[in-house]
Design a protein around this ligand. Structure first.
Ligand code: G6P
Length: 614
């Protein structure tokens, strides 16, 4: 995790303005401490603070820090606690300053080596081996920063995106990338670097993405030198980013999560467009997809967090619509067990960010075992997962900034539904009538989501009750069980209320013991073939004095009928896409409960959006 920025700005701009603005936009990557280093009057001036970037910004302002060249970092602690000495940048001998995103796995061996060479360590971080190592090479190589970074990187095992500056070089900065995202952006006579395009977009749209193994020497306005992992001179294309600044701003909303929940009708419609305009055809997934989809005999989906729950949901569609055996696995589990590889199995990775390390490593593991075919479903263009996959279909959710994922989830579901229909159609399992019905359901999805959003006042009223609870149970059956899981995850993440989800039929095998008048039980109970079963499960809760909060739809005949049963109805049952619509109420419930409890909705404690560590 962590986010890095850096810039060489023109004479009339103070680099601190970019560094602090860029770091604020990268806070989703980690937000426990931050720091900047700026070359000022021939010396490296560093400011670091525990807490949010705003604390550090105020301190930099008080100290009057200014200059043209500088680097910055926002941290999510891995090696060493959340303290100022552990915050980046790390400086060696007042000469070399480094910011780093990633993990140097062999840092202990490197630390011993550098200690023997006389270097002293001030932090518990793995990053400090980079600053000392670069300084060592810098002194050995006659002050050539580019050569020094290249030499130092050769020693590191692990993942990194780094930016390095030297006290005696006010013109240049060196950056290197291995396994963590890094881009270089160019303005007029200016150069910026960042972990993510959102940090630079207010300053320039001219972006060049580095590849793994690249090392670049930068000056204001251009690359001076750029080499790949073999040390060969290369060029990386400069593209114009289409990301809009408005998509990164709160606008009329109080929180990004609130904005992102309300953007879902638009995000889902944009994502569905590929199928609604182009049809359910394999080419949507890449030019090789027609052949790949013919060759495969099964699917394995690898993902983490909310993306894992979208995978679980899609298993129902893939097996019922396309009749293709589908196995879903948490990426961090898959990569560490003996698996039986099947070259005919399509590996699908699902990820909002496209850079979750566990998912990336799981994909590499599958490929190393001989899995030939891979598809990435991802929200971030040019990120690691799509770049390493044979096929890709991007969700069009737009930038998601709130740590708790919302619109990424519903748009992933749209793509996965589209995949199921595409595969079903290819294999002759979806008739023309069925296809027309699916198309119509997808066309109406945005409107149904909007109806669900209109339930917000009723859900906000429920949230007042939830805010006083310390635990909650979520129940669902069939394809709505993963939605119960997602509802429990949302509540945990942003309200810190303990929440668990169960398939409703499992209640009697254990969790029923938890039910009493203090345990709210949320039930996803749409009018589907399992409603009668769910009704029986709800009786089991009522009979034990439990308080039920039921999300159902107008078509369902469920009346509750007892005092401690509360019901909210979506306007009508929306068929096969019902899990997408039923996601909205559980998102809103978590959001309003967090508001009532006064927690930090967009940046919940201990979490980060982009998890680039194991
Ligand atoms: C983190 C985020 C979650 C997200 C998960 C997977 O834990 O806080 O919201 O679902 O990572 O992220 P990905 O980017 O791979 O979907």
């Amino acid at each position: 995790m962590c986010g890095i920025v850096g810039a060489i700005r023109s004479a009339n701009h103070n680099v601190v303005e970019f560094l602090t603005d860029g770091l604020k936009r990268l806070e989703y990557r980690g937000y426990d401490s931050s720091g900047i280093a700026v070359l000022m009057d021939g010396k490296i001036k560093r400011v670091r603070r525990v807490g949010r970037v705003a604390n550090m910004e105020a301190a930099a302002h008080d100290k009057g820090v200014s200059g043209q060249i500088g680097i910055g970092h926002t941290r999510w602690a891995t090696h060493g606690g959340v303290t100022e000495p552990n915050a980046h940048p790390h400086i060696s001998g007042d000469k070399i300053a480094v910011v780093h995103n990633g993990i140097i796995e062999n840092f202990e061996a490197e630390r011993s080596r550098l200690r023997e060479l006389g270097y002293e360590f001030e932090s518990q971080t793995d990053t400090e081996v980079i600053s000392h190592s670069v300084r060592h090479e810098y002194e050995q190589n006659g002050g050539d920063l580019f050569v020094a970074v290249q030499a130092a990187c050769k020693r590191f095992h692990g993942a990194y995106a780094i930016a390095v500056m030297a006290q005696d070089n006010s013109q240049n900065m060196v950056v290197a990338r291995m396994g963590c995202p890094l881009l270089v952006a160019f303005g007029e006579g200016e150069t910026f670097i960042a972990s993510d395009v959102s940090a630079v977009i207010a300053f320039t749209r001219q972006i060049s993405y580095l590849e793994d193994g690249d090392v670049a020497l930068l000056q204001a306005g251009s690359f001076v030198k750029l080499v790949n992992k073999n040390g060969e001179d290369v060029q990386r294309e400069v593209k114009t980013s289409g990301l809009s600044l408005a998509s990164l701003e709160l606008g009329a909303y109080n929180h990004f999560m609130q904005k992102e929940i309300h953007e879902q009708p638009r995000a889902v419609a944009d994502t569905a467009e590929v199928f609604l305009d182009g049809g359910f055809i394999p080419e949507n997934f890449g030019k090789n997809a027609p052949q790949v989809f013919q060759e495969i005999d099964s699917i394995k989906i690898l993902a983490c967090g909310t993306s894992y729950y979208s995978a679980l949901t899609s298993k129902y569609w893939l097996e019922s619509i396309a009749k293709i055996p589908t196995d879903v696995e948490i990426a961090s589990e898959y990569r560490y067990r003996d698996v039986i590889a099947n070259p005919k199995q399509l590996i699908i990775t699902i990820s909002q960010s496209g850079e979750t390390l566990d998912t990336m490593e799981a994909l590499k593991f599958a490929q190393s075992l001989g899995h030939k075919h891979s598809l990435s479903i991802c929200n971030v263009m040019e990120s690691a997962l799509p770049r390493n996959s044979e096929l890709v279909l991007y969700t069009r959710a737009g930038a998601e900034i709130g740590v708790a994922s919302t619109k990424a989830f519903t748009t992933q579901l749209v793509v996965l539904f589209g995949l199921a229909v595409t595969l079903g159609r290819m294999h002759g399992l979806v008739s023309d009538e069925k296809l027309a019905a699916y198309t119509q359901e997808l066309r109406e999805l945005s409107g149904s989501i909007q109806h669900a959003l209109n339930l917000e006042p009723q859900i906000a009223a429920w949230a007042q009750k939830f805010a006083k609870k310390s635990s909650a149970l979520f129940l669902g059956r069939g394809i709505h069980y993963p939605i119960a899981l997602e509802g429990a995850l949302k509540l945990k993440e942003i309200t810190y209320i303990h929440a668990e989800a169960y398939p409703a039929g499992e209640l009697k095998h254990g969790p029923l013991a938890l039910v009493d008048e203090n345990m709210p039980v949320v039930v996803i109970a749409p009018h589907d073939g399992l409603l009668d079963k769910v009704k029986a499960n709800m009786q089991e809760v009522s009979a034990r004095g439990g308080e039920l909060f039921v999300f159902t739809d107008l078509d369902s005949d469920y009346e509750g009928g007892v005092d401690n049963i509360h019901i909210i109805r979506t306007p009508r049952h929306v068929g096969v896409l019902s899990p997408i619509v039923h996601t909205i109420p559980v998102q809103l419930l978590a959001y309003h409960t967090a508001l009532a409890r006064g927690t930090d909705v967009d940046k919940p404690r201990n979490l980060a959006k982009s998890v680039t560590v194991e």
